[in-house]
Write a new protein. Sequence first.
Length: 293
Amino acid sequence: MTTMFALLVLMTFTVANSQVNDCMSMYLEPTGATCVGTPTACVNSKCTFSAVRWTYLCCRNSTTVTIPVCPATMTPLLGSVKTCRLSNPNTGCPARYSCVQSSVAGTYMCCGGATTGVTTVPPTTTSAWLTAGISPAFVPTPPSTNLVVSFMSTSLIFGQTTTSIDVVDTTPKPPTSVTGFTTNASFRYSLFVVDIDATSNRLRYMMLNVPGSGTNVQSFSGVPVAPSIAINPATFTGNHRFVVLLFQHAAIASPMIPDITSFTIAGFMNTNSASFGNPVAGSYFRVTGTAGR
Ligand SMILES: *[C@@H]1O[C@H](CO)[C@@H](O)[C@H](O)[C@H]1NC(C)=O
Ligand SMILES: *[C@@H]1O[C@H](CO)[C@@H](O)[C@H](O)[C@H]1NC(C)=O
């Protein structure tokens, strides 16, 4: 009996540590099909950006791991399993989602909707930026809403670690949308992605003046104004934090195109505060790995 229990614990531990597969989740497995440029190509599966393979793969529910589901009347974050830890505010869920007990004992996930009858942890907002050490050092005034940042149908929540974005790649793969902040069609929105741990090429992406969608999903498809740099150039090594900031402004903003190498958020905001103000929402994610694989 004790041996069986120990084996069970060991197996559970092994599964919990095999989170990074090609589909970037222990709850998903690749079907073998790819879906680059054709997200609808996946049958009974979902087109998912794989940071491990640096391409888009069709991923289906795992056939070996029990898929946790949200409590009845609640919906999973972007339709998939995003686990969270009650003990770690840096893996908190974005605005309007809570970290709740899923159908699997001991597994918590981000669910939205109902607020009664479930064990919830409030979404982490401003304080999470301070706890994570992003503010005030890199983002002087943290936004009060945390975003989910999506690369096609793969999404990263605040503080999420993603591994092995280490394949040398010269093709920019900018975020396709952000979720969690309700934009207003009367305003325009600008999105920045900044690698705060880079010694060069700090500003990775800058998209300006996109009209608000009026919903809590804001698309950023299209050609960024400048610049647009792949997240994993040959120079990428180690453990980098990527900060994503969403700015809201009424007028068309035309900032001076900043020097991408020495770019700092504080410097940019000082120079351009009149047109951008403070970020209204944002997120950060962490990429581990080494270049040149
Ligand atoms: C995956 O599992 C979840 C939870 O059981 C279910 O809601 C979803 O429809 C499944 N997706 C597919 C593609 O089977
Ligand atoms: C959008 O912004 C306009 C201008 O400030 C405001 O009048 C309107 O109420 C806002 N709409 C929503 C849905 O908040």
